[in-house]
Design a protein around this ligand. Structure first.
Ligand code: NAD
Length: 262
């Protein structure tokens, strides 16, 4: 326990279960004294998120689908009436049709392209616009991305394009919101064993490959991603915005696998 986040209140979006990256982030922020609200997508996830939120002392839960404007309007109205402001927002939301996260990128359909980019990228822009008026003392917005945005990764396909758009959005939002003291950054972990991660073809092989070859010979942990989020959401991150922070055991510096694995 520390108090880096004491007095700060934030919304965490994207906890599906206790393996979710958003859950690792929520725990780390709460450990540093943050007060949290959670959003979940639909009743089934709500039942899983409720006890997790309670374990961090939060009873502030909202059902939000980022495709549904009414649910977004209601959530931000609730934050305004209950808290009157917001210090940080964690966006850990992504989706693509599982059937297109295997096989060839060239077969991406228009419908799934639109849906993947709307949920995984446009939602950040939408949420930032809604959060801005509540962040009257400045604030921090973080999202989650993956290195498949700028390097081809097996079966990441249209999610790579969605993450490239998301990373670019981080830079444009950082510039728009900078004058208001609002920072916008992305954390880019290596592969993690989550529901969303498992939807990508060959996920287990990718996980083992990065573990065997990353300079640290390890994948990221929820604790390390959480710690990075604390840095970015706390005053210690005061001068960092528009950044994509890699938390991947150093995998991104490699030009080739380790010699034993060639
Ligand atoms: P997860 O399945 O635990 O979380 C994904 C979340 O997105 C779920 O809570 C789901 O309910 C939510 N979501 C999807 N569509 C939504 C919608 N329409 N409205 C509201 N919420 C919606 O998986 P995760 O791996 O923790 O994913 C969190 C973020 O981390 C994603 O942006 C993902 O792309 C990113 N990421 C994951 C990995 C990995 O290997 N798992 C690596 C790098 C980045």
């Amino acid at each position: 326990m520390g108090d880096l986040m004491k007095g700060k209140r934030g919304l965490v979006m994207g906890v599906a279960n206790d393996r979710s990256i958003a859950w690792g982030i929520a725990k780390a922020l709460a450990d540093q004294g943050a007060e949290l609200a959670f959003s979940y997508q639909g009743e089934a996830f709500g039942k899983r998120v409720e006890p997790l939120a309670q374990s961090l002392g939060s009873d502030f839960l909202m059902d939000v689908d980022v495709l549904n404007d009414e649910s977004l309007d209601a959530a931000f109205a609730q934050i305004e009436s209950r808290w009157g402001g917001l210090d940080f927002l964690v966006h850990a939301v992504a989706f693509s049709d599982k059937n297109e996260l295997t096989g060839r990128f060239i077969n991406t359909t228009r419908d799934n392209f639109k849906n993947s980019l709307t949920i995984s990228c446009y939602s950040l822009i939408d949420l930032a616009r809604r959060a801005q008026p509540l962040m009257t003392n400045g604030g921090s917005i973080i999202t989650l991305t993956y290195a498949g945005s700028n390097r081809v990764t097996p079966f990441y396909n249209v999610m790579g394009v969605a993450k490239a758009a998301l990373e670019s959005s981080v830079r444009y939002l950082a510039n728009d919101l900078g004058p208001d003291g609002i920072r916008v950054n992305a954390i880019s972990p290596g592969p993690m064993k989550t529901l969303a991660g498992a939807a990508i073809g060959g996920a287990r092989k990718t996980y083992r490959h990065t573990e065997a070859n990353a300079p640290l010979r390890a994948n990221a942990t929820l604790e390390a991603i959480g710690g990075t989020a604390v840095w970015l959401c706390s005053d210690w991150g005061a001068c960092t915005t528009g950044e994509i922070v890699l938390v991947d055991g150093g995998y991104h510096v490699l030009g080739m696998p380790q010699s034993d694995n060639l």
